[in-house]
Design a protein around this ligand. Structure first.
Ligand code: SF4
Length: 241
């Protein structure tokens, strides 16, 4: 989508192959990386003393830019060495939760990231530890939601975002986001049935397998992780995920 925008076309993803390393901007071979990745290159080339490599642990070497947002006292972007715990990030760097409220959930890795409850606080922030805890580093985002917001309202808001952001080019994403949103709204209204939950799970799986780009493939990550972390929410007529 970014390459098509650069070329002056509508910013919509296209089928692959050809992959952009073969045919990207104006059909030329293209290397596409985010600014964070490129900013590390000089440090790696000039780091004869291995200072950068001495940060971090296990598979997760070096530092990471993370963005902490939501109900924390000091939201912002922080560069951390891999291996800090989630608690250290939220309480030492981001100043703790506003008014010392309880954490309802934390979404990791951006809008399509998976969520966890407060039991994740003592997990080290590394690729492997977050993966083992059921979430992911993703874009480096951490969105903290406190006890005032219900999990269901958060999921509805998140799904509405993807419904609006879908470019509408392929059916699984265009229709799937809409229908998941409709079922979440029914849950909020207390009218969802066991069949609705089963259909929602099926839609989410079809979207992840058959959408054209990453948006549709991952738009249901948050919902599917919520089913694992908060199973009682989806236990309508015995329809647990
Ligand atoms: S998955 Fe969604 S955003 Fe991506 S091409 Fe299909 S409709 Fe567009």
């Amino acid at each position: 989508a970014l390459i098509r925008s650069i070329e002056g076309k509508a910013g919509r993803p296209r089928m692959k192959p050809p992959f952009i390393k073969v045919s990207g901007v104006f059909a030329r071979p293209t290397c596409l990386n985010n600014v964070e990745t490129l900013s590390l290159v000089p440090h790696l080339l000039l780091d004869d003393a291995g200072v950068y490599a001495s940060c971090g642990s296990g598979e997760s070497i070096g530092t990471k830019l993370i963005s902490v947002a939501g109900n924390v006292n000091r939201p912002g972007v922080f560069e951390i060495p891999f291996g800090m715990t989630v608690r250290e990030i939220l309480y030492d760097l981001a100043g703790g939760i506003q008014h010392d409220r309880k954490i309802q959930l934390i979404q990791f890795g951006g809008a399509s990231g998976k969520i966890a409850d407060a039991s994740i606080l003592d997990t080290p922030y590394t690729y492997e530890d977050l993966r083992a805890a059921g979430v992911m580093v993703g874009s480096g985002g951490m969105l903290v939601i406190d006890e005032r917001t219900s999990v269901l309202d958060f999921l509805r808001m998140n799904q509405e975002f993807f419904w609006e952001e879908s470019c509408g080019q392929c059916t699984p994403c265009r229709e799937g986001n809409l229908h998941i949103k409709i079922i979440l709204d029914k849950m909020a209204a207390g009218t969802a049935t066991r069949e609705d939950i089963a259909i929602m799970i099926k839609i989410a799986r079809v979207m992840s397998m058959s959408s054209l780009c990453g948006l549709g493939e991952t738009a249901q990550n948050t919902l599917m992780s919520a089913m694992k972390v908060f199973p009682d929410l989806f236990d309508i007529g015995g329809a647990r995920a």
